[in-house]
Design a binder for this molecule. Structure first.
Ligand code: NAD
Length: 484
């Protein structure tokens, strides 16, 4: 039989601790322990104080582990996300009621497989006449993280892999509408890690998350760093905190199609990206600006590729139901109606007065630049198409519709001058040329993946290094082994 030494050690510590604390055991009396142990809670907490204390305790334990042990902990997260993606993805779909089931499943599997882990850790060296200096990347400690309803467990999974790889532990405040699947994922991840390594609470979650618990995490003295993934409200709140925040905020990704583009390819890509999980991706294609000379050809290509076109009155009927207004006075603005976010194209079409097959992935229609569907981040599989006089007008409209989020932009073109012009004008964190949006996250393009894309604070597509602080170790006049 194989004995897990770490687990045995941790269980023995716990027994000693309990015997000493209740005074009923036969162990010699010892001073009351200063810190209560949270081992065995599997990361589930209703109270922020307790969650942070448990994550701090877990951080102390993790700090004594090797990188190989960190990797073994992360491997459990990866394995569960991949092996149990159908069950957990279905749970997420049933709880959040937005998106498409195959994509819920695929996202979890993809995050499990491809989130950057310990292999991303590195050190830098300066070697010269005065010796050797090494820059190492150290953990912050306990991170406070906020996750969106659009990908509750996938975001948590990707964050956990990268944050743990860097040696941190984390307390999550998930979106209330995705809290159950978040808690179940955390429970399973911790249980597997605890069984093998005797480490619990590396990932903690607030099981009844509210704005109050989010604020308590923001302000907690033992939370060293924040990582917030969500829309404009939470991005603003995080940016106002007194501690460092990595903010992965909203987007409204525009697509430009010029006269040199491969139109069939462009249409397929717009459908693939814009329809994915019913357009819940923050990087997903949200509006298209196509030049006049190819506009009709492009829309015909969209229909050939399986999208359904709504006419002007159908677009207006949909808009009346799927767009609503919030705020007062000057702050009054359009937002997507909650009941339509992440719903199937067939549901949107019905609202527009049209019956289409359930397997249609995307609907689209021609609108003006001012149309609410162009201006808001709709998160629905209806994409507005705007006719532009030329590529310069298309790029300028794309820039304005992105509202300065500097998140994601896409062009379909064979003209590098147009590509360059758009890249410079939009200044986005992700700029995809001739592919669907997800190619910008290494899915069909090169590069790595994360579901926390930190635009406002500049870290970009997060990796373990994002969650580290630099430490410098300098040896003066020695250790450089090269002769003079
Ligand atoms: P949301 O802003 O409604 O909620 C996100 C999270 O923030 C939730 O956990 C919510 O409970 C919390 N929250 C909201 N307001 C808060 C406040 N004032 N203080 C503290 N916490 C607050 O967004 P959502 O609907 O869950 O997700 C969709 C949004 O997230 C879209 O805008 C999308 O673009 C964005 N997003 C961005 C990225 C990225 O990597 N940049 C990734 C995924 C989603």
């Amino acid at each position: 039989m194989q004995i897990n030494e770490n687990l045995v050690r941790s269980v023995v510590e716990e027994v000693i601790h309990r015997l000493r604390s209740n005074g009923s055991g036969s162990l010699p009396a010892a001073p009351a322990p200063a810190v209560r142990s949270y081992q065995g809670r599997l990361g589930l907490f209703t109270d922020v104080e307790e969650a942070v204390a448990a994550a701090s305790e877990a951080f102390d334990r993790l700090s004594r582990c090797t990188i190989e042990e960190r990797k073994r902990a992360i491997d459990h997260i990866r394995r569960i996300a991949v092996e149990q993606c159908v069950e957990l993805g279905t749970m997420e779909m049933e709880e959040t009621k937005i998106g498409r089931l195959p994509h819920k499943i695929e996202k979890l599997k993809t995050l499990g497989e491809r989130s950057p882990g310990v292999e991303f850790m590195r050190s830098e060296v300066f070697s010269g006449d005065h010796g050797l200096t090494v820059i190492e990347h150290a953990p912050f400690g306990v991170i406070g993280a906020i996750t969106p309803v659009t990908h509750s467990l996938p975001t948590l999974t990707g964050n956990a892999v990268s944050m743990l790889a860097a040696g941190n532990t984390v307390v999550f405040n998930p979106h209330p509408s995705g809290k159950r699947v978040a808690a179940e994922g955390v429970r399973r991840y911790n249980q597997a890690i605890y069984r093998e390594l005797g480490l619990d609470n590396l990932i903690c979650v607030i099981t009844e998350p509210t704005l109050e618990t989010a604020n308590a995490i923001f302000r907690h003295r033992n939370i060293a760093l924040l990582c917030v993934t969500g829309g404009p409200g939470v991005a603003k709140a995080a940016l106002q905190q007194a501690k460092r925040a990595i903010v992965a905020g909203p987007g409204n990704p525009p697509v430009v199609v010029d006269e040199t583009a491969d139109l069939d390819r462009a249409a397929r890509c717009i459908i693939q990206g814009g329809a994915y999980d019913n357009n819940l991706l923050c990087i997903g294609e949200k509006q298209v600006f196509a030049v006049e000379s190819i506009f009709d050809e492009l829309t015909a290509a969209m229909e050939r590729a399986g999208a359904v076109r709504l006419n002007a009155s159908e677009v207006e009927a949909l808009t009346a139901k799927a767009v609503t207004t919030v705020g007062d006075g000057e702050g009054r603005h359009d937002v997507p109606a909650k009941d339509f976010i992440g719903q199937d194209a067939a549901v949107l079409a019905r609202a527009a007065g049209r019956r289409i097959p359930d397997d249609v992935e995307l609907i689209f229609g021609e609108t003006t630049f001012e149309h609410p569907f162009v201006q808001i981040e709709q998160m629905m599989p209806f994409v507005p198409f705007v006719r532009c006089r030329n590529v310069d007008e298309a790029i300028e409209m794309a820039r304005l519709s992105e509202h300065g989020f500097r998140h994601t932009a896409i062009i379909h073109s064979r003209d590098v001058v147009n590509m360059t012009k758009m890249g410079r004008a939009l200044d986005t964190t992700i700029f995809v040329k001739n592919g669907p949006c997800m190619a910008g996250l290494g899915l069909g393009g090169e590069g790595y993946l994360s579901f926390s894309i930190a635009g406002p604070t500049g870290e970009g597509i997060t990796t373990p290094l994002t969650f580290t602080r630099e430490r410098r170790c300098a040896m003066i006049d020695s250790l450089r082994i090269l002769g003079r």
